[in-house]
Design a protein around this ligand. Structure first.
Ligand SMILES: [Zn+2]
Length: 357
């Protein structure tokens, strides 16, 4: 492009050590193969799972790029990219994928034979940029990115950004648990994913959704997402409250959105005999009590959400305003304040922080 300044560095977020996070200059990404795209990030955000290395729960042996959610505008595409062109507004799932291998065809995109995760080298040894930065090189662009029908108005951005991870992850919990029209649902976890799971269960037609939450701000979002009842109790008291609301037997479907031993135990004891649990909380001490599952005929399914698989369907409802999943963002900061965003989420002063560029 004649006359256009060539930028050799861009700003991106680097986690140096626990609680030491900085925005720094890094090399500007370039196309490496003909299936790549380079996307200018319009908005990114901080995930609950970013807090694990931030808090040192996951070790940080060396400084690393961080962030796995973004929406943006395509700047460049390789010669083999056929579904995207510069100027397209796109949503990126938290993992990239070819959308053609057997696992993608089965709807299990996080297991893609050629895919991978942001912030790490791809199979050719080139960095797939992490997403809390100005630009991202996207491997397998056709199989990864989904373009919106047009340029979105600014008020659409939080809802579109939620399609990168939290809303499809909540949806995956509901799908994995088999939520169907008229059924009863309990959601364990009131973080951004748990709240998204409330919205997803309602969208799938659940008759009664019970959200387990002890925080007034999160309860209020759960209500706005369609929760019919809120339970603040935990443990056996919580399960007793669930049974009292749900016909004395417990829930048809339980959406486990935390990943701890306590949350999984809460999920198992909140389900009715024969109930199904959808789990999307990355396991952090969670274990399954197989004797209880056997005795009560409980089923558990779920895992890493295949965001790319769900994106076209969920985008339609977000685009036309049927659902507004971006309500989970309760803080928005410019990218230069990324460290403040991590601190706010670490201290539970924010549910989920959106980063604008
Ligand atoms: Zn694949």
């Amino acid at each position: 492009m004649p006359g256009r300044a060539i930028i050799h560095t861009m700003r991106a977020t680097i986690l140096h050590a626990p609680r030491d996070i900085r925005l720094e200059d890094v090399p500007t990404p370039e196309l490496h193969t003909d299936t790549d795209a380079v996307v200018r990030v319009v908005a990114s955000c901080i995930c609950g799972s970013d807090l694990w290395p931030y808090r040192g729960i996951n070790p940080v042996p060396a400084p690393r790029r961080i962030g796995h959610e973004f929406i943006g505008i395509v700047e460049q595409v390789g010669s083999a990219v056929s579904t995207l062109r510069p100027g397209d507004f796109v949503i990126a799932p938290f993992a990239y994928s070819d959308n053609t291998c057997v696992h993608c065809a089965n709807g299990v995109h996080p297991s893609c034979e050629n895919g991978g995760f942001w912030g790490f080298d791809d199979r050719d040894g080139h960095l797939a940029d992490a997403c809390q930065g100005e630009l991202v090189r996207v491997p397998l662009a056709d199989g990864t990115l989904v373009a919106t029908p047009g340029e979105p108005p600014p008020e659409h951005l939080p809802h579109l950004l939620s399609l990168s991870d939290v809303f499809p992850t909540g949806h995956h919990a509901a799908v994995s648990a088999g939520v169907a029209a008229g059924s009863t649902v309990v959601v364990v976890g009131d973080g951004a994913v748990g709240l998204s799971a409330v919205l997803a269960a309602k969208r799938l037609g659940a008759a009664t959704v019970v959200a387990m939450s002890r925080h007034a701000d999160r309860q209020s979002i759960a209500r706005s997402f369609g929760a019919d009842e809120i339970i603040a109790e935990r443990g056996e008291d919580g399960a007793a409250a669930v049974r009292e609301i749900l016909g004395g037997i417990g829930a048809d479907h339980v959406l486990e959105c935390v990943g701890t031993a306590e949350s999984m135990a809460q999920a198992l004891r909140s389900a009715r005999p024969g109930g199904r649990i959808g789990t999307v909380g990355a396991p952090n001490g969670a274990e399954l009590d197989l004797p209880t599952m056997f005795r009560r005929n409980l089923g558990v399914a779920g895992g890493v959400a295949p965001v790319r698989h769900y994106l076209p369907e969920l985008l339609r409802d977000v685009w036309d305003g049927t659902v507004r999943p971006g309500e989970v963002f309760d803080q928005a900061l410019p990218l230069d304040k990324v460290a403040d965003g991590y601190r706010a989420m670490d201290e539970r002063k924010a549910i989920k922080t959106l980063l604008t560029l």
